[in-house]
Each structure stands twice: as C-alpha cells, then as structure tokens.
Design a binder for this molecule. Structure first.
Ligand code: ZN
Length: 553
C-alpha cells in the first residue's frame, strides 16, 4: 500500500492496557509451551497494530512539523510510550520465567531470552527518577547544540549550516569557519562540562543503585550487548591501535601533519557532489538496485511504488534522517533531507542497506529475529555502501573516482576516531570523580595515540582536548560508537571479499541479512564468512588485504 493511503487510527490506551493484562495473565496460566506460543502469536498481531499507529504518527509528524493533527498524535505517543515499555518489561519477565522455556526458546530463539535477561539487569523502578534526570540533561545538551547561533561573514548560522563553510574548498574561508565554531564552543564549554559532569555522576549513581561498581557494565546492558564484553572490546581497540592507526595515518595526500581544518576536505577543487536532481538520484538508485540482484530490484521497486522515501529537503520537515519499519504494511520507510552533498547518495546506499534487511524479514513471523543489535544493523548498511561502488558513476559522473577515494579514506579515518570515542568513555566512567579539566586532558592524550597526524595548530578549544564535546553520542547514547567501528571493519572485510569474488561476497551478505538476530552477532558474522573483530589477527589480516585491494598498494 502507498504510504499516503495507509490508514491511521490513534490507539485506545484502555484497550491496549486490557490486552497487555490479558496476554500476561493468560501466559502465566497456560498449561503448555504450545499454548504460550499461541498467545505469543496474538501478542505479535496486537503489538504490530500498536507499533503501526506509532510509526505512522511519528513519520507524518516528522515530514511536516506544522501539521497540528500529527503533532498531537506524536505527543500522545511520547506520553504513553513509558507505560507500554513497562508492560513489555512485565511480559518479558513472564516469558523468561516460563516453565516451558525450552519449548519457547526453540520457537523464538535463544537471543530473545538473553535480551530479556539483559533488559532486566538494566532496569529497576527505583532508578526512574535518576533516569528522568538523565533524560533532562541529555535534552539540555541537544538543545544547547541545536540552538547555537554562530556569527559568520555577516550572517548567523547554526552548527549544521556551518559544516558547508568548514568543508569549503576555499582554505581561508574554511579556517575562518573553524575559528567561528571554536569560538562558539569556547563560549559554552563550561556549560557542556557541567552537563557532562552531572551526567557521569547520575549514571554512576544509577549503576551503584543497581549493584554495579560503575556505569561501564550497566552501559553495556543498556546497549543490549548480548555476546561481548569490555575485555573483548578492549582487545579490538588494541588491534586497531597496533595495525589500523598506522594504516589510517598513511592516508590523505601523503602529508606528514594534517591540519584539523583540512580533515574533511579531500580535494582542492572541493568534495565530489551528486550530479543529478533528487529525482535523478532516486532513478539512479533504482537502476543500481535492479542490476545488483533480483532481490534488491524487488526491494527498491517496492519502496518506489509505495512512496516509502521522503527524502527531499523541505522547510517544515524535521532535520536528520533515518530508516524505520511499519509492521502492518510490512514496509521499510526512509526519511532524509537531501542537501546536494554526497550525503544524499549515502541515503540510497547506507539507509537502503538498513531498509533491505527490514524488507527481507518482512514475512518472518518471529519478529524477534528482525530485532538486531546496532553493530549488526550497521554492517548491513555500511557493506551496502561498498556493494554500490560499481554504480557510482551514475551518481557522481566524471568525479566517480574522486568519490570512491573519499569514501575509502573517510572510512579508514573513522575507525581510529570511533575507538577513541569509546576508550574515552571507558576511562570517564571508570573514574567518575575526574574533573572536567582532567577529562579534557584524557581526550588530548588519546588524540596522540589514535590520531597522531592531527595538527590542531594550538586552537584554544580543539587543541585543548575539547573535540569530544561536539560528538552527540557521548552525551545521549553512551558506549554507542564502537558499534560503528565493529560494523565498519566487518564491512571492509566484505569489500575485500567482493574484490576477490563479487558473487560470493553478495551471497554471504545476503545470508547475514537473512540471519539477522536468529543468532548472536559473534556467530552470524562467522557464518557469513567474516573474521571476528575481537579475535587476534583479524585486524592485521584485514589491513594488509584492504590496503592492497582497495587502495591498490
Ligand atoms: Zn546506519
């Protein structure tokens, strides 16, 4: 069904509560695993209805924030969301404690039960007030950053609009833009320090009330880390330092030192941008996916036929982009704001990688199998960026090669940066009593380890360990950053594989998408022919091949 024709009805909370209570009661009283599973099937149907209403309201509010009807609907779901979460939690506990657990596990999978266990470890009613305070701090940071007013060249810009000048091919303009951004951060850094200090102490207190030594363990549960721990992540970062940092250091125009103002500029004539109109970009996407495989052709045609892209930038639209899924119509949906940069093509490659996975699992009855953790989700999307390489001429015309070079260098530079963000947070939460100045010193120290080529030219903010203050994940989603790094090195393994044997790589990728959460991340990657990034040797092997194959060295 076309998105515009999907009927919307607000959920009736009284009915919803009644249904949850009934499902929970009947599951408790069921006399067999078979009976519980039958009730679970009702639960799928019922929660799909609830989610469909929520998704439609959210998307329609995002695509036109001036639409008063959907604004009210969206507010309604913000309000009832926590009540629904509580019922979900309660139902999860009943399943977890079921005497017919073995039977249920054979039906809905062992990952599901591990996830319920973790959700329980991460929550207790007594920390609700702290969680509310944590949310308020998080909103305070987002609001501060979103409302930044930066005077520049006679106008006033926000941070996202400043990006254009910070990546301008005109080096002098670029320098001035970075200076303006640095001045802005200097003016608010004390407030950001205060917000973060309160966040760290709040999260540490939540952890202690739940019986943990510090926030690290709790943070891992919050990220639903169901198959790897702190030590494994540490071993991954160790390999990155040893093999990846020297490799990433060799990139970029062969310079000894790289000024921070040049990091995001890859060509003296400016970064490559797509050549067509938004409509032409979508048409190029359709051509690409029709040639890549029969499954991607079916997927992309479905997306286009059913109006499942809303990607044009409009004034009344929410900023940013995402992919989501509308259960009752078995439809992925992609939301974005095209702005004429290469980011528009990422929507067709990266976001469509996410959507393709959603599409592949649309007929799977066991919904938990589609419920993947973030590092797995990002492999689907980041690998699709590499599978799309052969079609980049459609998007970038004669600057195709420039785009590929930029994409490779950007991907290589990301892994050390992401690991730095991760290690920083481990240190911060292990020593919550550190002062803001000590935290900045920690960051400055990590810069020397992970980005030794970076030259901050004595900038009074960026040169003093302040860079992390512009990374929103550090505030809103602690420990969610290593996921991108893990996914990134898995996607690079696919890149190496496709350069050797494209068919084989595609087959393995397709397998990985189909597996989704049928098994744990550490197992599905091995089944798809990849090496685990946690295991010694993975990074050394990858860097060697990636450098030879992708960078032709
Ligand atoms: Zn993504």
């Amino acid at each position: 069904m076309k998105f515009s024709e999907m009927p919307y009805k607000r959920i009736d909370m009284e009915e919803v509560e009644k249904e949850y209570k009934s499902i929970i009661e009947r599951t408790k009283n069921a006399k067999s695993g078979e009976e519980q599973f039958e009730i679970h099937r009702e639960y799928y149907k019922f929660t799909a209805d609830v989610q469909t209403s929520m998704e439609l309201a959210m998307i329609r509010h995002d695509i036109d924030t001036t639409d008063e009807f959907y604004e009210k609907e969206s507010d309604f779901y913000d309000e009832v969301g926590p009540i629904i979460s509580q019922y979900e939690n309660e139902y999860g506990k009943v399943l977890y404690d079921s005497p017919y657990r073995d039977y249920l596990e054979s039906k809905i999978g062992k990952v599901t039960f591990k996830n319920i266990e973790i959700a329980n470890k991460a929550f207790d009613e007594k920390i609700i007030p702290l969680m509310q305070e944590e949310n308020a701090l998080s909103s305070r940071y987002s609001k501060l950053i979103a409302t930044a007013k930066i005077p520049f060249e006679g106008e006033v810009y926000n941070l996202s609009l400043m990006r254009k000048f910070q990546t301008s091919p005109d080096r002098e303009l670029r320098r001035k833009a970075w200076k303006a951004v640095s001045d802005y951060f200097l003016s608010v850094t004390d407030e950001i320090d205060e917000i973060y200090d309160k966040m760290v102490k709040n999260r540490t207190e939540q952890a202690r009330q739940l019986g943990y030594e510090n926030y690290v363990e709790l943070g891992y549960y919050r990220m639903n880390r169901n198959c790897y721990d702190k030590e494994m992540v540490e071993n991954f970062r160790k390999q990155v330092k040893e093999y990846f940092v020297p490799f990433a250091n060799k990139q970029r125009i062969g310079v000894e030192k790289l000024s921070y103002i040049d990091t995001d500029v890859y060509f003296t004539n400016g970064n490559p941008a797509p050549v067509g109109t938004p409509e032409e970009i979508l048409a190029a996407g359709q051509k690409m996916y029709s040639e890549l495989s029969p499954q991607t052709k079916e997927f992309f045609d479905f997306m286009m036929e059913n109006e499942l892209f809303d990607v044009l930038g409009r004034k009344t639209k929410r900023q940013g982009g995402y992919m989501t899924y509308i259960p009752n119509f078995k439809s992925p949906f992609i939301f974005a704001n095209f702005n004429g940069t290469s980011g528009d093509v990422d929507v067709i490659t990266h976001e469509c990688g996410h959507a393709f996975q959603g599409y592949l699992l649309r007929d799977e009855e066991i919904r938990e199998f589609a419920d993947i953790t973030m590092e797995t989700a990002e492999i689907h999307s980041m690998s699709m960026e590499y599978f799309a390489y052969n079609w980049m001429e459609l998007f970038f015309g004669d600057r195709k090669d420039d785009y590929l070079k930029m994409h490779l260098e950007d991907s290589a530079a990301f892994v050390p940066y992401g690991c730095m963000v991760d290690e920083f947070q481990h240190i911060v939460y292990e020593k919550p009593e550190m002062t803001p100045a000590e935290r900045k010193a920690v960051w400055a120290g990590l810069e020397k380890v992970y980005r030794p080529h970076m030259d901050y030219e004595e900038d009074p903010f960026f040169g003093q360990g302040g860079f992390w203050q512009k990374q929103p994940h550090i505030f809103g989603s602690p420990f969610y950053y290593i996921d991108y790094c893990l996914a990134s090195v898995c996607a690079m393994q696919f890149k190496v594989m496709m350069d050797e044997d494209f068919e084989k790589a595609w087959k393995n990728y397709y397998k990985l998408c189909n597996l989704s959460a049928r098994d744990f991340f550490t197992n599905v990657i091995v089944e798809a022919g990849l090496n685990s990034p946690f295991e010694d040797g993975c990074m050394e092997k990858l860097v060697d091949k990636f450098e030879k194959k992708a960078f032709n060295r």
